[in-house]
Design a protein around this ligand. Structure first.
Ligand SMILES: *Cc1c(COP(=O)(O)O)cnc(C)c1O
Length: 391
């Protein structure tokens, strides 16, 4: 029996040699390869500054801190995301809230966001920032979000962990032209990997400087901000930072992987096209795609048409697992997590589109190393299984 997971990294001989070469270079951490990787990110996407960090959660945390999020600030994200998009708000002591998704793109709904902002306004409160998630690799409606951020004066953070290389209106979302800071993760299930790793892209020099200092304990050797200089050994700390550094050999892998991103993403799109053509639409809804975006399909989420099936999602999930297709479900909406329910009073039916999505979703295998032999096999097994449960 063939075995498939929903996502998988791809490491080739060049990737391995890049790491070996760096291990032999004498540098292990925070050396020249970190900078080289950061510059490669800037060059590929057209952002001015990139700061590589230990993981994508750390990068969200640092973006929030550098933007000055604090107690009392309201920060909004989508309920349909990984925990970290919301947890970073809590790390900064700010208050999280959610806005439901658009039923076609599965990204935050600009209309509902405006409603939420206006309802805060009525209470005399302001929304400080929005963490918008390019779910599954589909870019958010960035033109509308930018318009809202200008009208109502909030900062936009792009959680682009699913969407490395995605485009909105032919523009790389990672260019940071839409959001003030773009957040990336290089966890093995993401588009490219460094083992663990993350980065922030921005065009704001002040923000980039702050994030760089916060990445390493808040230490600075910049004479323009120091109280004094006791000698070449001397550094000062003006803010509370963290050790969120990434190693040189991880960045060597990152650089080598980044060179393969174009090839990875075109393969992901080919796979999605194959699924779009060959999966039986009677039993499932395929992911939609706006006409003005380039989707990179970090995930291929299907929504089961349970009205045409005589069993629930769990039975289908288990049956496919037994046949070697190890699907996942993305995601249990964050506002329904016990911690968020008890701490903030969120409840079922607060965000019905995300909740309905969760109830019916399955993430199908999609990763560059799937072969042309795998695809018809996968569609065949999935279609046959669904048909066997037909009402
Ligand atoms: C993976 C992911 C993160 C966190 O990244 P890590 O590198 O695992 O810390 C944040 N947001 C989203 C949407 C993600 O998918």
């Amino acid at each position: 029996m063939r075995n498939y997971s929903y996502g998988k990294h791809s490491i080739n001989e060049n990737d391995i040699q890049a790491v070996v070469k760096t291990l032999n270079s004498g540098w292990l951490t925070q050396g020249p390869t970190v900078e080289k990787f950061e510059q490669a990110l800037c060059k590929l996407f057209g952002a001015k500054y990139a700061i590589a960090v230990s993981n994508g959660t750390a990068s969200l945390h640092l973006a929030g801190l550098a933007l000055g999020w604090k107690e009392g600030d309201v920060i909004i994200t989508s309920p349909l995301t990984f925990l970290a998009s919301a947890n970073c708000i809590l790390y900064c002591g700010a208050t999280p809230d959610f806005v439901d998704i658009d039923p076609v793109t599965y990204t935050i709904s600009p209309n509902l966001l405006e409603e939420k902002i206006l309802s805060y306004k009525k209470e005399g409160k302001k929304v400080r920032a929005v963490v918008a998630v390019d779910f599954a690799g589909h870019p958010c409606d960035w033109a509308k979000l930018v318009e809202l951020s200008t009208t109502y004066g909030f900062d936009l953070i792009d959680d682009a962990c699913h969407a490395l290389g995605a485009k909105y209106e032919s523009e790389h979302i990672c260019s940071a032209k839409f959001a003030k800071a773009v957040n990336l993760s290089f966890h093995p299930v993401k588009s490219i990997t460094t083992g663990e790793g993350g980065a922030i892209l921005t065009n704001d020099e002040t923000l980039a400087k702050k994030i760089r200092i916060l990445r390493s304990h808040g230490m600075t050797k910049d004479p323009s901000v120091m109280e004094k200089i006791d000698g070449p050994w001397y550094y000062e700390m003006h803010q509370l930072g963290f050790n969120y550094r990434i190693t040189d050999f991880q960045c060597a892998l990152g650089e080598s992987q980044l060179a393969r991103l174009g090839e990875f993403n075109s393969r992901r799109r080919e796979i999605a096209e194959f699924y779009n053509k060959n999966l039986d639409g009677h039993f499932l809804k395929k992911p939609g795609c706006a006409t003005n975006v380039e989707h990179v399909y970090h995930l291929y989420p299907i929504l089961l048409k349970l009205e045409n099936l005589k069993v629930g999602r769990k039975e289908i999930f288990e049956s496919l697992w037994e046949q070697g297709i190890r699907l996942q479900v993305h995601y249990y909406p964050v506002h329904l997590q016990p911690y968020y329910k008890t701490s903030f009073g969120f409840a079922k039916n607060d965000f019905p589109v995300s909740e309905d999505f969760y109830d019916r979703e399955l993430s199908l295998p999609i990763y560059p190393d799937l072969t042309d032999q795998d695809l018809p096999y996968l569609c065949d097994v999935i279609n046959k299984t669904l048909k066997s449960f037909s009402k």
